[in-house]
Design a protein around this ligand. Structure first.
Ligand SMILES: [Zn+2]
Ligand SMILES: [Zn+2]
Length: 338
């Protein structure tokens, strides 16, 4: 099968992914083989490809927003069958036994395995997944569903963590793949949503999706603003944005950081930006319950994804465009026929 393989991390601009012909994987007893239709391009892929997340194996195929069809199932698989339409997310497997798994917090599992990082992912024609960590998807365009499988789920978890008072005002910092989905969910649940971005094209998308305010985050615009947010979610992997969010946060607000990697956070003015029971909390991955709840909500509330579809072979340029804020909404790779 064809796959985009990472052998040595490097800047996306140096084209570190190579299109290769690799053997088709064979499912073990509890695994399924999924023929990949579309695979979303998540910011975490960029961190894997560029080495912000250190390599954990010699070579890896990235990609963990996978929409496809079950092709073969292992001998012990009961809940999935060939022909099922499924989504394969970031969480590939957890241990089920550690302190975190046994207390309903498998997102913090000490031994968790990730799709497209610890095991091969969906920038390929086929991928292996574990039964129990694969989700049935409703019918509809595969590229529509791809960004829901990580950008959407992590945004949902971040929203649960930030949890503003009912009807409160919630800000989204970094208006890309996650924010454009999470914002719709928050708006449908009665929250007033505010988008923050350094890019006008991203703010245009936010306005089309119905935010009550869209704020360009240059220093001039932010200086002198009065804090208005009851909660905030930071998707941008940039420490200075954490400070921007805290400056916009009212007393008692929670600022949730939904980035798997973040550049250093500048020193904080405790008296001005943290005192007043403001809370700063990170969000790590998600549980399978989060994923099920979100995919169900996304279907029932008809959340819309804005996607740009590229051929699998153009994964490097899609990642480079993501890095340079040139993707409005989410990028999705077309892996069918690879
Ligand atoms: Zn565990
Ligand atoms: Zn992701």
């Amino acid at each position: 099968m064809r796959a985009m393989v990472l052998r040595r991390p490097g800047p996306a601009a140096s084209q570190p992914l190579h299109l290769e012909e690799v053997p088709s994987p064979v499912p073990g007893p509890t695994e399924v083989l999924v023929r990949v239709d579309k695979c979303g391009v998540c910011r975490t892929d960029l961190h894997v490809v560029e080495g912000d997340l250190p390599p954990v194996r010699d070579a890896v195929i990235p990609g963990h927003e996978i929409v496809g069809t079950v092709e073969r199932v292992g001998a012990e698989v009961r809940s999935l069958a060939a022909g099922d339409r499924v989504g394969v997310p970031w969480l590939h497997r957890t241990c089920g036994r550690c302190e975190y798994c046994s207390t309903g917090r498998e997102n913090l599992c000490e031994f968790k395995v990730f799709t497209g990082y610890s095991v091969n992912g969906g920038y390929a024609a086929e991928v292996l997944a574990e039964e129990g960590y694969v989700f049935h998807l409703p019918p509809g365009d595969a590229s529509h569903w791809a960004p829901f499988l990580c950008a959407g789920i992590i945004g949902y978890r971040a929203l649960k963590v930030a949890l503003p008072r009912p009807g409160g005002r919630i800000g989204f910092f970094g208006f890309g793949g996650s924010a454009h989905l999470t914002m719709q969910l928050a708006a449908r649940q009665g929250y007033a949503t505010v988008a923050y971005s350094r890019d006008e094209a991203h703010l245009d998308l936010a306005r089309r999706l119905g935010v009550v305010e869209a704020v360009l985050t240059d220093e001039r615009t932010l200086a002198g603003r009065t804090p208005t947010l009851d909660a905030a979610v930071v998707f941008a992997p940039a420490g200075e944005v954490v400070v921007q969010a805290l400056r916009e946060a009212k007393k008692g607000a929670t600022v949730a950081l939904a980035a798997i990697h973040m550049s250093p956070i500048p020193s904080l003015d405790y008296d001005r930006w943290l005192f007043g029971e403001r809370k700063l909390v990170s969000v790590e991955a998600n549980t399978r319950a989060d994923a099920r709840e979100f995919l169900d909500l996304a279907d029932r509330l008809h959340l819309e994804s804005t996607v740009e579809v590229r051929p699998l072979a153009q994964a490097n340029s899609a990642l480079e465009d993501l890095r340079n804020d040139r993707i409005v909404g989410a990028a999705v790779l077309d892996c069918a026929g690879s």
